[in-house]
Design a protein around this ligand. Structure first.
Ligand SMILES: *Cc1c(COP(=O)(O)O)cnc(C)c1O
Length: 447
């Protein structure tokens, strides 16, 4: 067998990474060109592996975003730490089916250890169970399916035996600002949009019905946290299940200076977070954490109604929604080892510091309004139009910055206003990146 294609691929990967500071951060190829360049005729004859890869690289080279670059601030997209990327390559090379210990012994143990480390750095109840999912979306799904069964059981209904038809109605309490992935997870679990109430939970928790309260750590636009210390005890006395969306914000817990923002969060029943955001593991990698491991296991295992004692080893099928699956926890293991506890804290603190500098310095330029001064790693600015059409001007300036290739931002709508969101979640972002980005923003404003 000839694996020379792997050596060529290594060189392509190195070139891609080395070029991040030189190439435009955005993709520059149009949809039509990408469609034209990417071979669409399968043909009957096969192609030599090296040719497949050479052509793949050549056809797509201007069609990738520089998400891995230190000057990418759009959405909330982390980079990939070197060891996490390398471990991801090995995960594909070993090609284990991490469904059962017997299919993938080392992967099972690596995920077991990585999960315990996650509980440790996030300082969540150590007895909790966890699952490595594709992302926070599926982590919500995993946790909320345990929540659904638990609150129904409390109301005398066995969802695993009797299903949802005819079950007591569950009320889901969540904020207007919630991430759309919560709605999708709920939809997969048989909830309709009418099940979700955005009423103040202080009032809504007073009514009699099974309830799930979904809290945010942190909101995608402003990085704001809900009042866990007040709301979780209220929810607990109303026998509600509390689930936390902590896709990136849960990592505030690793920082001594940001941790207070999450006070009381450890009293929740479940938490969903991502490794592919602030932990800088390659896509795709989310984590579900559930305090009551029995509820979690019942929700995911295939023997729900006659749970056996856990075997000695970790069988991931007991905890994850998938059957066959990638051992994505291996990259999490690698990232955590590369950083150590101090390194994770430094990554979080550094991201917050860079975000604060970016937003407050951009706000000093003429014609800029700061809409949100970062308290974590998210901030908002908008660009003011002399004619008063600030939304149009904001979109225009973002487009100019992105077209310069120097940095990349995305827009958002916040309180009825278009804004540029500044999100810093990449280990590579450093002081020179911030300087270069500020220069690019200034140029785009005066252009
Ligand atoms: C990114 C994000 C999600 C969705 O996470 P995925 O990993 O994309 O599934 C959910 N909530 C918040 C706050 C997010 O930032």
């Amino acid at each position: 067998m000839n694996y020379s294609v792997l050596e060529k691929t290594l060189r392509h990967a190195q070139e891609w990474l080395a070029g991040l500071d030189k190439r435009p951060v955005g993709a520059t190829e149009s949809l039509e060109t990408l469609r034209r360049k990417i071979t669409s005729d399968l043909g009957s004859q096969g192609t030599d592996p090296s040719t497949v890869i050479e052509e793949l690289v050549e056809a797509t080279k201007h069609g990738h975003l520089g998400c891995a670059s230190g000057r990418f601030f759009a959405w909330v997209i982390g980079g990939a730490l070197p060891s996490a990327l390398a471990a991801d390559w090995l995960t594909s090379t070993w090609d284990q089916n991490a469904v059962l210990y017997s299919c993938a012994p080392a992967a099972s143990v690596l995920e077991e250890i990585a999960g315990c480390w996650i509980l440790e750095i996030l300082d969540l109840p150590r007895e909790s169970s966890f699952a490595f999912t594709t992302g926070c979306q599926m982590a919500h799904f995993t946790a909320l399916s345990a929540a659904r069964a638990a609150v129904l059981e409390d109301a005398g209904w066995d969802v695993y035996r009797d299903g949802l038809f005819g079950a007591p109605r569950i009320q889901v309490l969540a904020s207007e600002q919630r991430h759309g992935s919560i709605d999708r997870a709920l939809r997969h679990l048989g909830f309709g949009s009418k099940s979700v109430s955005t009423e103040d939970p202080r009032e809504a928790l007073k009514t009699e019905s099974p309830k799930i309260l979904i809290l945010s750590a942190a909101d995608i636009n402003t990085g704001s946290f809900d009042a866990f210390e007040e709301l979780i005890p209220l929810a607990k006395s109303a026998r509600a299940w509390v689930h936390v969306d902590g896709a990136f914000g849960l990592f505030a817990r690793v920082s001594r200076s940001k941790r207070h923002l999450t006070a009381g969060i450890e009293k929740a029943d479940s938490w969903a977070t991502d490794a592919h955001k602030w932990l800088n593991v390659p896509f795709d990698s989310g984590i579900a954490i559930i305090k009551d491991r029995t509820s979690h296991r019942e929700a995911m295992t295939i023997g729900a109604s006659y749970i056996e004692a856990e075997s000695q080893a970790r069988d991931q099928i007991d905890w994850t929604p998938e059957w066959s699956r990638r051992a994505r926890g291996i990259s999490v293991y690698a990232a955590l080892r590369e950083l150590g506890k101090n390194g994770v804290e430094e990554l979080v603190d550094r991201s917050c510091r860079h975000c604060h500098t970016l937003v407050t310095e951009i706000a000093k330029f003429p014609g800029v309004e700061m809409l949100w001064e970062p308290k974590l790693n998210q901030g908002l600015v908008r660009f003011l139009d002399p004619q008063g059409d600030h939304d149009r001007r904001t979109v225009e300036v973002i487009a100019k910055i992105n077209a310069s290739g120097e940095a990349f931002f995305s827009s958002t709508s916040w309180k009825g206003k278009k804004a540029m969101r500044v999100s810093v979640v990449n280990w590579r972002t450093d002081d020179p990146d911030i300087k270069r980005t500020l220069a690019a923003v200034r140029t785009a404003i005066v252009q």
